[in-house]
Ligand binder design. Structure first.
Ligand code: 5AD
Ligand code: SF4
Length: 435
């Protein structure tokens, strides 16, 4: 048998890219590639890229500059660009960096093996179609290798919401849900390989319609899989939080009490300009209903500051919303103009204004995050242990609220859920003892 070829994948951006990178590695596994952890002696480098903000997209070109040196030293090294920058910029990438051999958009990963063959023959390969066939249908069945205790599983992709700032409807395409049978089979395979917690992924995961009862219907089916102990899902849109899904948060024991529910802004005027299709009050009412169903649920969110037209008062409305809702953790970003999106036509705010607002919002969100973490001290939580800590005898896992928890524990706890009493809250982690 010939030596396996070495594949290095660098993943940027969201969790869906993490999932996609795994699937690409599996697809190329069939062509004799094994995945390696450094680019230095790789035969192929794939960059799985993100286009959501300008900074993320620009990173691709600076990183390609670095990989170029490796290719100069090893001319048969193949370099590919996958993901949302590949989709958005296609052949432009090769024009800017001619040493790139392959450009593949997120909906064409199942065509990678054929593209790899073309590249080996010295051709360039570009595929940024939105093909009819389901890529997951064509991609290899997931191998039965032993896996860590947690896994991502994409159930829905793309978006039809067209928020005025967002490239996702263009890079990932229209909203498509995978049929429930395939998801349930994949979940059962993951559990058989050792997975205890599955995070269902979708750009609009709660718009999932591959089950007649929506995402809640799928969650209840997954609930029946023995050995699967935890279910999470991300990312959701407020307008798709239906009654059944809210209820599941109160009644499905396997569904974890954590919800990432981005609102982006607290100003009605900006929400409208963003095309979010709900008001600030709609969001408050929704949060109240979710908290009625599951009072201890930890909320997470995304915010954009400096959207075109945002006044001091609009920004204050966002700060007020954050104060009223109280987030366990959240992400905040400066508005970034994305070519081709409706908001790109509008006048930009000065950078100093955006920086000031971002700082103020991040300070408030950090304060809330620290307070939430501190409130866990003295409480008991359930931890799914995932790996050994850096300190001798320590194991690390996640609580039901997605906090990283460190505890002194034997290595055997890996892959199991244990009760832990929280003793201390540190930056970004909790420390406790097994009960
Ligand atoms: N500028 C800044 N942030 C953005 N996001 C999406 N598009 C943009 C943009 N053009 C943020 C949103 C979204 C998260 C994934 O990224 O908050 O929820
Ligand atoms: Fe982008 Fe999310 Fe809006 Fe869809 S719902 S356009 S993915 S921000």
């Amino acid at each position: 048998m010939s030596e396996p070829k070495k594949l290095f994948i660098k993943t940027y951006g969201c969790q869906m890219n993490v999932y996609d990178s795994e699937r690409m590695a599996e697809a190329l596994g069939g062509k004799g590639y094994i995945q390696v952890q450094t680019p230095d002696d790789a035969d192929m480098i794939l960059m799985n890229t993100c286009h959501i903000r300008e900074k993320a997209a620009e990173k691709v070109y600076s990183e390609l500059g670095r990989f170029k040196k490796l290719k100069e030293a090893k001319p048969d090294l193949k370099i590919g660009v996958a993901g949302c920058v590949a989709q958005a910029e296609g052949e432009e990438i090769m024009a800017r960096q001619p040493m790139v051999d392959l450009v593949v958009g997120p909906q064409s990963y199942h065509r990678l093996p054929a593209m790899e063959e073309a590249v080996q023959q010295g051709k360039k390969a570009v595929d940024t179609d939105f093909p009819e066939e389901d890529k997951f249908d064509t991609l290899n069945k997931r191998p039965r290798a032993t896996r860590g205790p947690t896994a991502f599983l994409t159930v829905q992709e793309g978006c039809d919401k067209f928020c005025a700032f967002c490239v996702v409807p263009y890079t990932r395409g229209a909203e498509v849900s995978r049929p429930k049978e395939r998801i349930l089979r994949e979940a059962a395979d993951l559990v058989e390989a050792g997975v205890r917690e599955i995070t269902l992924l979708g750009q609009n995961v709660n718009a999932y319609h591959g089950h007649e009862k929506g995402l809640a219907g799928l969650i209840w089916e997954l609930d029946k899989i023995d050995g699967l102990e935890r279910i999470r899902f991300t990312t959701s849109h407020p307008n798709d939080m239906d009654d059944a899904l809210i209820e599941a948060h109160g009644t499905c024991d396997k569904l974890m009490p954590y919800l990432h529910l981005p609102v982006q802004s607290g100003s009605d005027k900006i929400l409208k300009a963003m095309n979010r299709k709900h008001t600030r009050d709609d969001y408050f009412r929704l949060i109240d209903r979710i908290r009625d169903a599951r009072p201890d649920l930890l909320l997470s969110g995304d915010f954009i500051v400096g959207f075109p037209g945002e006044t001091d008062q609009d920004f204050e409305d966002t700060m007020g919303l954050v104060r009223r809702v109280g987030y366990g953790q959240a992400y905040s970003f400066k508005y970034s103009t994305r070519p081709g999106t409706p908001a790109a036509e509008k006048a930009q705010l000065p950078d100093e204004v955006m920086n000031e607002r971002l700082q103020a919002l991040q300070a408030l969100l950090t304060e809330q995050q620290v307070a939430t973490q501190n409130s866990m001290v003295g409480k008991e939580v359930s931890v799914l242990f995932e790996k050994a800590g850096r300190q001798e005898g320590q194991m690390i896992g996640k609580s039901e609220y997605l906090h990283a928890v460190h505890a002194t524990a034997p290595a055997e706890v890996k892959g199991t859920i244990r009760r832990v009493r929280i003793l201390e809250s540190r930056t970004n982690s909790l420390h406790g003892e097994l009960i």
